[in-house]
Design a protein around this ligand. Structure first.
Ligand SMILES: [Zn+2]
Ligand SMILES: [Zn+2]
Length: 457
């Protein structure tokens, strides 16, 4: 079997990997788009794959860095079958339609000629090919369950990262290759930690997102939850409002549930919580599938029990933050001209307000810049507004949906694969895992796959 890293650099980037089993099949794991990529520079190296040479595409979860290029991969490989979990099937459709909207907007604003890379109409056709597969069950790459005597089969396992996220086990002639996708081993507010296989894995392909961040001393999710509750109380006591820039998928739903539990425990007044239109669409899917997935509080309906208000573009035009209100608004990285970026202008200069971050952001994104700005200094979040002094409270709460590096390392050491392939991490993160494994598992072959090169495993 050969493995080719189809990303353009060793980074979190635009995830896509080719597994070539010769005549037994050619499989592509994920087809993402780089969060910062503009135009085709944000795509994986799909041009390395000969036209219609891929048999199977397996999608780990609906986040854009894993699905954003899926329509392009499918266009180039019209015979390929495409598999994902049921929840990913429902989430990826509105996500990709939103991606067309974003590309059309960027085309108009920045004059990116190649945008949109695909259209709504094309997407409607491609989605018909997708097939949803149940978890913990053996599947044939020809699309039927419980196959017998097939040289190559696969199984999805809950990855605990966002709704529908899976790790993928590929079984090939007595050997097992396992791809973690994005994984979280501990429970979140709604999702339960990963339910991964722990033995019989020969080759492990693992994400390494948090490899450069040690787990802080005494870190626990309960502590983070408590700190957030106190910070919200303090902001409201000053008469302020809170902006939380979040991803519309995953983080919006987790935080919505968390804020609801604060209200039920009377830690917070029953103040209005606002979410974005896309956040609402994804929340609806979380609700629809609540009873069908491995999740906590399966009876909690985000939209009916919490009744978040929806902030659309029109209502946003004359926005001003109201005392005691919470705005769970995307984008999480405060990309220019997204609602969270525009709203931030109304928070920055006012001491009583707070901007609370709850997830990953690229250090060079506007959110990354703001997080690195000291109180009283200025920051430019949007060229149109220029530099602004930061007088509001800015704080980070680690509601991560990715495994702590210590938990991931423990998993690798428990599994003891013959080969461990490190992906989905920046260079410092990859290096930490490589060094730890060299000491703790000297017999293990550890690979940081160079982009674009086929390696024999
Ligand atoms: Zn993800
Ligand atoms: Zn990812």
């Amino acid at each position: 079997m050969t493995f080719t890293n189809l990303t353009r650099a060793n980074e979190i980037g635009a995830n896509s990997y080719l597994l070539d089993f010769g005549t037994d099949g050619r499989i592509v794991l994920d087809a993402g788009m780089h969060p910062r990529g503009e135009g085709s520079a944000g795509l994986p190296q799909l041009e390395r794959l000969k036209f219609d040479s891929v048999d199977t595409i397996l999608v780990s979860h609906a986040h854009h860095d894993h699905t954003g290029a899926l329509p392009l991969l499918m266009r180039d490989h019209p015979s390929a079958r495409v598999f994902m979990s049921e929840a990913t099937y429902y989430l990826a459709d509105p996500l990709l339609h939103n991606s067309v909207q974003v590309m059309l907007k960027q085309k108009a604003e920045k004059g990116i000629a190649e945008f949109p890379l695909f259209t709504h109409r094309e997407l409607d056709q491609l989605v018909k090919v997708w097939q949803a597969c149940g978890l913990n069950r053996l599947w044939s790459p020809h699309g039927y369950p419980d196959p017998e005597n097939e040289p190559l089969t696969f199984t999805f396992h809950d990855a605990g990262h966002i709704l529908g996220s899976v790790g993928t086990a590929l079984h090939h002639r007595g050997r097992t290759i396992f791809y973690t996708g994005d994984v979280n081993f501990t429970d979140q507010t709604l999702l339960r930690g990963a339910d991964f296989p722990r033995e019989g894995i020969d080759v492990l392909i693992t994400e390494t997102t948090r490899g450069a961040q040690p787990r802080p001393e005494g870190f626990s999710r309960d502590n983070v939850v408590e700190r957030l509750a106190i910070a919200l109380e303090e902001t409201f006591a000053k008469g302020g409002a809170v902006l939380m820039p979040v991803f519309a998928m995953g983080k919006t739903q987790e935080l919505l549930a968390q804020l609801h539990f604060f209200q039920k425990a009377r830690r917070l007044p029953e103040t209005p919580i606002y979410i974005g239109g896309l956040g609402r669409s994804f929340s609806e899917i979380y609700d629809r599938l609540a009873g069908r997935v491995r999740r906590k509080s399966p009876k909690l309906s985000l939209l009916e029990d919490i009744m978040p208000q929806v902030m659309d573009g029109r209502r946003a035009r004359d926005f001003s933050p109201k005392r005691g209100h919470i705005y769970l608004i995307s984008s999480g990285m405060m990309t220019e001209n997204t609602l969270s970026n525009v709203f931030a202008q109304e928070f920055l200069a006012h001491e009583q307000h707070s901007i609370f971050f709850v997830g990953y952001c690229d250090p060079s994104s506007p959110a990354g810049l703001l997080r690195a700005t000291k109180p009283g200094e200025s920051v430019t979040l949007n060229a149109a507004y220029g530099p602004q002094p930061v007088r509001c409270r800015v704080e980070y709460f680690d509601f991560t949906a990715h495994a702590q590096r210590e938990d991931l390392l423990a998993y690798i050491l428990e599994v003891q694969p013959r080969v461990c392939v490190l992906v989905h991490g920046d260079p410092a993160a990859l290096e930490w895992f490589q060094q730890e494994l060299a000491v703790k598992a000297p017999g293990m072959q550890v690979v940081i796959p160079p982009p674009g090169e086929a390696i024999e495993l």
